[in-house]
Design a protein around this ligand. Structure first.
Ligand SMILES: [Zn+2]
Ligand SMILES: [Zn+2]
Length: 330
């Protein structure tokens, strides 16, 4: 094999490409050498494992990836983009399968509106286009920005307890950001020119979670990415892995909230302040109210809950107020 004959450093992400170029120069074209050289990655992993026995497997895999890539911006960029695509489409897929199984209709909130395969494909195409044109270019700024604000990208990872409490804080902060910006997006001109795209589907489905205008993706996306950045600037205590875990949780939350299914085992039955699909589906159906993302408390406190039950409660409250006023006047 030519790859063994040419003395190049073991840990070199472009090794196979260079070998392929050299081979073509020598007139020995070999397509297999153009494929990424996974051997170089595992060589880096072995080397790290030898001298860092205190690291766990996940930490070794992480460190080997950065060493293998030899370019931190590229390493973070590829990892972020691939993770987002895998989680987004991977989490949407079970919902697409459920949509095709009639037994699940009993749990569908708006059970007369099952999305067709064609509708879902159209939605997936726009989401993919947005991922490649709007999100991908920004992802390349992610690593330099993390470094500039002092985010830790190295091993070892922080303890799980710290990751858990920071993710919990991000949930609360993002929901607050989301409530106010989402509510603002329902103001006439902003709705008409920006948010209307997201409301294309009155009966949402998992894939529609990120079906939105690029302006909306950036404004509401700030709650997901900007909030941890601000937290890091204020505390100087955040690891990029925590941000990844938070983003995965947030993707699950957003996709599930758009799934259109309400089960007896849905989370809000156990955590009454959790929003879930039942909460967001009504928002898509009625266009007004239920602006929060993960929790119900802002809508409850500010009286913006949607649906017939909330409207009934509001009506009763208004009537009681009027009756009290009339009694006072007598
Ligand atoms: Zn909306
Ligand atoms: Zn929505």
């Amino acid at each position: 094999m030519l790859a063994r004959e040419i003395a190049l450093p073991v840990v070199d992400p472009f090794l196979s490409l260079r070998v392929a170029l050299r081979a073509s120069e020598l007139g020995q074209s070999n397509f297999t050498t153009i494929l990424p050289d996974s051997g170089a990655y595992w060589a880096a992993y072995e080397k790290i494992s030898e001298v860092n026995v205190h690291l766990n497997i996940l930490e070794r895999l992480w460190a080997a990836w950065y060493q293998y890539m030899e370019n931190d911006t590229l390493a973070t960029g590829i990892m972020s983009f691939v993770m987002h695509e895998l989680v987004y489409f991977g989490r949407s897929l079970p919902w697409m399968i459920i949509d095709r199984i009639p037994w699940f209709r009993r749990y569908k909130i708006q059970n007369t509106k099952i999305p067709t395969a064609e509708e879902q494909w159209k939605c997936a195409k726009l989401v993919l286009l947005s991922h490649f044109t709007v999100e991908l270019p920004q992802i390349w700024l992610f690593h330099p920005m993390c470094k500039a604000i002092g985010m830790d990208t190295d091993v070892p990872f922080p303890p799980w307890t710290k990751i858990a409490y920071q993710v919990a804080i991000f949930f609360v902060l993002e929901d607050t950001w989301h409530y106010w910006f989402h509510r603002a997006f329902h103001w006439g001109p902003l709705y008409k020119y920006v948010h209307k795209i997201h409301h294309t589907y009155a009966a949402p489905f998992g894939l529609a979670a990120e079906y939105a205008s690029p302006i909306e993706v950036m404004a509401l996306g700030f709650g997901t990415v900007g909030v941890p950045m601000l937290w890091c600037m204020a505390t100087k205590d955040l690891h990029i892995l925590t941000v990844y875990i938070w983003i995965v949780c947030r993707l699950f939350q957003a996709i599930d909230a758009h799934s259109g299914y309400e089960f007896p085992w849905s989370l809000h039955h156990f955590l009454p302040f959790w929003a879930g699909a039942e909460h967001h589906d009504v928002h898509h159906e009625r266009f007004i109210g239920n602006y929060g993302s993960s929790f119900r408390w802002w809508d409850y406190l500010l009286d913006t809950e949607a649906g017939p039950e909330a409207a009934k409660k509001r009506r009763e409250k208004k009537l009681a107020k009027e009756a009290a006023k009339a009694r006072k006047a007598q």
